[in-house]
Design a protein around this ligand. Sequence first.
Ligand code: SF4
Length: 692
Amino acid sequence: MKTTCPYCGVGCGVEVNADAQGWRVCGDAHHPANAGRLCVKGAALGETLTPAGRLLWPQVAGRRVSWQTALDSVAERLQAIIQRHGPDAVAFYASGQLLTEDYYVANKLMKGFLGSGNIDTNSRLCMASAVTGYKRALGADAVPCCYEDFTHAGVIVLVGSNAAWTHPVAYQRLVQAKQQNPALRVVVIDPRRSASCDLADLHLPLSPGSDGALFNGLLRWLAQGGYGDSAMLPQLAQVRETLAAAADWTPERVARACQLPQSEVERFYGLFAEHQRVLTLWCMGINQSSSGSDKCNAILNAHLFSGKIGQPGSGPFSLTGQPNAMGGREAGGLANQLAAQMDFTPENIDRLQRFWHSDRVATQPGLKAVDLFQAIGRGEVKAVWIMGTNPAVSLPDGNAVAQALQRCELVIVSEVMRATDTSAFADILLPAQAWGEKNGTVTNSERRISRQRAFVPPQGEARPDWWILAQVAQRLGYAAAFSWQHPAEIFREHAALSGFENNGRRAFDISGLAQLSNDEWDRLQPVQWPVNADFPQGCARLFSTRRFYHPDGKARLLPVAPAGPRVAASRRWPLMMNTGRIRDQWHTMTRTGLVPRLLQHYSEPFIALHPDDALRHGIWPDALVRIQSRHGWMIARASLTEDQTPGTLFVPMHWNQQYCAEGNVDRLVAPWRCPHSGQPESKQTPVRIQPW
Ligand code: SF4
């Protein structure tokens, strides 16, 4: 059986076969994202297909009940809260683990029929700044590039990304591209010397959060050196203002701001300027920042101004963290957008009302993830339905999140696992189908839609997320609009909506898939959107014609005033803490924690710090240490390494209560967020450290 890996946004195709030992998982040699490769997490997927720890049946108030009772209870209690307090008193919090069909139904129910914008997703923690950056620059949340571009690039810039660990198969493709083309230059921009630096011709260990200054300086360098693309310039708006905003960012000033040698800054600028085919890959080091959207636009400015977009080997390429972060964006999973990537405009609201035959479509964006849980904490949102994610571990300011869930009037959790940090707060627990059991589509970082296929029977009474949502919608009185019997029917509706009154104005258009039969949907081959009359076979690269999605067809440069972390390190909080993934674990370990061999890389949380900092704070190698921020504390073992820049820490984000009660780092992370994207600043939290 061919399906798709449920972990990172590379979106590798996998083949699953049964043998005497159990499930054998290998890479799908024909899938364009990975051509047969898998990383260690993907290769271990077969070992996660176990009943151990699964949530097997619905529960209400801790007691096993029938699906009928559970669904009635969800509908009655949501209805009662809406009647008393209005639709904005309820919220959904979804996940990049959901399939696009699940997302479509969740969004349709909340924004289309309950009448609130209050559905957000853990993709807010991952991609929201990139979405804002793309929309402001290109007029659409449309990633221009594809993995194939690795083989065409002359320079590849990895910024805020340790792809070697977080997107391992994409990194393997980078390694292969460099082997095939030794002239390819790789620049890694990251405060720490990560595993990805093994491939780097140039590593810029800039000070945490100074990326905006670096890319503003790059724009100035391009302008001063005459590297603007004269054919592109007529297609750009706000050029003068943006260049003016960058005018003071001389290499000397950038070097000071980034704490880098000026010669290294200029070397990077020279590589970017001199090569026509430059690909910039970025990830959470850029997005998870209180100025994340502006950092994304600083990157986009440089690419647009120099015309490095829309051509093979060239472009600004954000790597998504999750298997279906992009599918969620397409289906309206973010609180600030409607279905099919439509914005909240009167025209789009009217369009949705007519398409869905509903007069209750939300007219205002809802609460973004951090704001949503703060509103729960204040008692303004009284019911939350959490689907396929573990916010008690993964959201910043974790202690406040736990308190919010504790006081929330109604917490509904749809989950695969029985005992998560979040399900401990649930009034109603609904068993959802897991990878291998559920059936639908996902979209990876390069806009490629692939199928996740079911090949094992569901454990216990687990049901698809879309089915659970549709059953509740029917009980709420919306039977006609939620009457699907098969996920292919939902996909067809989603595809038809993407093309509804589109006429080339919206980037996301898969109307060419709206007529698939159930069998054709089941056999769907990986394809990059758009898929429509212009691109019946999909489209590898966007913007090759240099026409963008703003109404005037132009792209926008955006004046950027570089900002550092919201709160700088100080005498009291002298170290800047960075959180991130390690190679062999996924999110809060509810699945990868089941596989003993994945704990061989790191079996416990750790705090990586420079030996000079260790000496200064009396920390011995491998000693247990306590770190504290304004928001919380944790304990883990010190890992001394010169890969860390002095003054910085790195702590993995994965450990939950089950695997290490004192090792959850998100309790320390501040809830500060980008004002444009709402994405929290998970990469820069001032902390202090002491032996434990
Ligand atoms: Fe899965 Fe990502 Fe590894 Fe591919 S690189 S096998 S998608 S975790």
